[in-house]
Ligand binder design. Structure first.
Ligand SMILES: [Zn+2]
Ligand SMILES: [Zn+2]
Length: 339
């Protein structure tokens, strides 16, 4: 049998390439997917950081933003068949815990995550239970499909906050996630979409893909500038960074909506509670999004959001570490690994 070369996460930022037998069907509901491409995510950067900023057990294959073609299915699988193009909804929830039973799957207390707790998609072949896979029309370009998982996080999160077409949106953080929110809000009919960041590369990128404003918070008075651009302040503010709650509530107009999306478990900024109360703000926590997958597929198939515009680099699997470094040093927006 042919073997395949796969990077194994060894802990402490180390990836070791080993020859392995491709995974085979084991359980009745297993599917074997021939991976075409897999995006590098901020989570992967965190897993590979030294010391790690996100837990993953040594010995696994990482990668969760995969797109591929079904190669084989177990006898109990009815949702996909060989030849289908599929994308990965990487959180395998248990379906049994109190939160799953309440319909709050994203709060499952027993979940496994493909590419974080179990083997993922930085490999030519993936074995996964069928329930992690969503079929996508093969005419959707591969690189748009590869951004299904991060886009689904934005789709699931924007639903938290009431939004009207024409609303002005300010997004703190112009990395891949912030820009996915921006593309999504633009497709939903936002008035102005304004990005804020500290990194010139990201701000230039936001400008190049047609965002209304990209503000460098180290160089301009972002608060004054958002007020100037919007009149009252933003109707909706997204913190895609994870520690910007005070900036976010300042940018919102009175009565406005704030979505807190970024995750920084070790940052715990003191909150300006007075501003929230005095100006009738609504602040939403949004963790990865609840049940966003069907709509994300439909959105990608409609082509009204084409997230591949964020892909700046395509590298072979042997250059995964270089891709991680390019993203870490902000010389790349989104890197795809091609199998
Ligand atoms: Zn991701
Ligand atoms: Zn559960």
């Amino acid at each position: 049998m042919n073997t395949e070369l796969v990077p194994i996460f060894r802990g402490n930022g180390v990836l070791e390439y080993v020859e392995r037998q491709p995974p085979q069907l084991v359980a009745d509901d297993d599917v074997i997917v021939r991976i075409e491409a897999c995006g590098i995510c901020g989570t992967d950067l965190n897993i590979l950081a030294v010391p790690p900023a996100h837990k993953a057990p040594p010995g696994i294959v990482i990668g969760h933003e995969g797109v591929g073609i079904v190669a084989a299915v177990g006898p109990a699988v009815t949702s996909v068949q060989p030849g289908d193009r599929v994308v990965i909804a990487n959180r395998l929830t248990c379906g049994k815990c109190d939160y799953c039973r309440r319909g709050l799957d994203n709060q499952c207390t027993n979940y496994q995550t493909i590419g974080t707790t179990i083997d993922g998609a930085f490999a030519p072949t993936l074995r996964t239970p069928a329930r992690a896979l969503w079929k996508i029309d093969p005419t959707v370009p591969r690189d748009d499909a590869a951004l299904f998982e991060p886009l689904s996080c934005a789709v699931g999160s924007v639903r938290r906050a009431p939004f009207q077409p024409g609303d002005n949106v300010a997004i703190i953080g112009a990395g891949p996630m912030g820009l996915l929110f921006a593309l999504l809000y633009r497709s939903m009919g936002a008035g102005k979409v304004i990005l804020l960041d500290v990194a010139p590369y990201r701000l230039e990128f936001a400008q190049e893909i047609g965002m209304d404003a990209a503000l460098n918070v180290t160089q301009v008075d972002a608060l004054a500038e958002v007020k100037r651009l919007t009149g009252l302040g933003a109707d909706v503010v997204v913190d895609a960074v994870g520690n910007q709650i005070n900036q976010a509530i300042q940018l919102a107009r009175r009565g406005g909506q704030v979505i807190l999306f970024g995750l920084r478990p070790h940052d715990n900024p003191p909150v300006n509670q007075y501003t929230i109360t005095r100006y009738d703000l609504t602040v939403h926590g949004a963790f990865v999004g609840l049940h966003p997958f069907a709509q994300t597929i439909q959105l990608l198939e409609s082509r009204r959001v084409q997230p591949s515009i964020l892909v700046t680099h395509r590298l072979p699997l042997t250059e995964l570490s270089r891709g991680v470094e390019l993203m870490r040093t902000q010389q790349a927006m989104k890197v795809l690994i091609e199998m």
